[in-house]
Design a protein around this ligand. Structure first.
Ligand SMILES: Nc1ncnc2c1ncn2[C@@H]1O[C@H](COP(=O)(O)OP(=O)(O)OP(=O)(O)O)[C@@H](O)[C@H]1O
Ligand SMILES: [Mg+2]
Length: 310
């Protein structure tokens, strides 16, 4: 399907196809599934949800209003019904994004189990505190987003349609950097090198780009060369491949001591074994900078990166 939706956003082709399909269906038939945007931080869940919502139309063809709520601010089901649903949602045409959905209070999740059980029709009444709350899904679109899908109560998750975000490729991140940097011209190969430091994350790519724009503005430059990137990386402490200090420390330990057990790494760094496994090793393994063969071992690529740093 050729679509003009999401034109200003890079990559996530599957997400784009899926959301365009639902937006089109919604505008024709008046109903769409309850969506759950799922993926790591900074992959564009909120941005895509907003763009999707901005393409939804009311019955009279006007644009459907959009309301964004962070679930961590909802104290309990009562607060949701009294402060959000009653005044803003009920009887109105509106799209509501419930962000950080893993923070939804338990009693509200329970209420939602009933509310979003809509095999029969698109209208649901929920009785709460001696009142009747009418959910009309021809008028109200519900979108959820979370970084922690696994923390969601499974029966609730079952009622939602999952939209799964993937990390960006280096080429896509280069496009994002190029887009945000506008008029700035990059020396050959430099966009890739910059994109590599953003670790698959669109938000990091946007942040990095803004630093480049600042650098260029404060130095009156329109061309950005390797020496500018070196100067900026030094000043801001940007490491090759966007490595963190703890990742570099682990590489250094493996280089100096030779192969190590997880226990040894934990003793030397003072980090717990799980923290090393969850926060430090994953990216090193993914980028092929270390290997695990029973023991932890630095790769040739890992040694090269350390040399670049010294
Ligand atoms: N595909 C994309 N193309 C261009 N820019 C993007 C893209 N996806 C996200 N961005 C930009 O990256 C930044 C982060 O996106 P967003 O806030 O939507 O991420 P998120 O997944 O909601 O993150 P979090 O889990 O922290 O809430 C925003 O500035 C957004 O404009
Ligand atoms: Mg978000």
């Amino acid at each position: 399907m050729i679509t003009t939706m999401f034109n200003s956003l890079i990559g996530q082709d599957e997400v784009k196809r899926q959301l365009s399909f639902y937006a089109k269906a919604q505008n024709k038939t008046g109903v769409a599934p309850f969506l759950m945007m799922s993926g790591a931080k900074g992959l564009g869940k909120t941005e895509f949800a907003k763009e999707y919502a901005s393409n939804l139309k009311n019955k009279d063809g006007s644009k459907r209003p959009f309301l964004e709520v962070n679930c961590s601010t909802i104290k309990n089901a009562n607060a949701f019904f009294e402060q959000i649903f009653l005044p803003i949602v009920m009887h109105n045409e509106v799209t509501i994004l419930l962000d950080e959905a893993h923070m939804l209070p338990k009693d509200l999740v329970n209420a939602f189990l009933t509310v979003f059980n809509t095999e029969k029709g698109s209208y649901k009444e929920y009785h709460h505190a001696e009142q009747i709350f009418a959910f009309d899904f021809a008028k109200q679109n519900f979108i959820f987003a979370t970084t922690e899908l696994d923390k969601l109560f499974a029966p609730f998750k079952d009622r939602l349609t999952i939209v799964d975000f993937k990390p960006y490729t280096v080429d896509e991140l280069s496009e994002i950097v190029d887009l945000v940097c506008g008029e700035i011209d990059f020396e050959d190969g430099l966009l890739t090198e910059i994109a590599e430091t953003t670790r698959g994350n669109a938000r990091s790519a946007v942040k990095r780009s803004k630093e480049v724009v600042l650098y260029c503005e404060s130095n009156n430059k329109k061309d950005y060369a390797k020496k500018d990137w070196q100067a900026m990386s030094y000043t801001l402490g940007i490491k090759p491949l966007g490595l963190s200090n703890i990742e570099i420390e682990i590489l250094s330990i493996l280089k100096e001591r030779g192969n190590c057990s997880l226990q040894m790494l934990s003793a030397v760094t003072g980090m717990s074994r799980t923290a090393i496994q969850k926060e430090a090793e994953l990216y090193l393994l993914k980028r092929g900078l270390m290997k695990i063969n029973g023991q932890r071992e630095i790769s040739g690529k890992g040694i090269n990166i350390l040399q670049k740093l010294s």
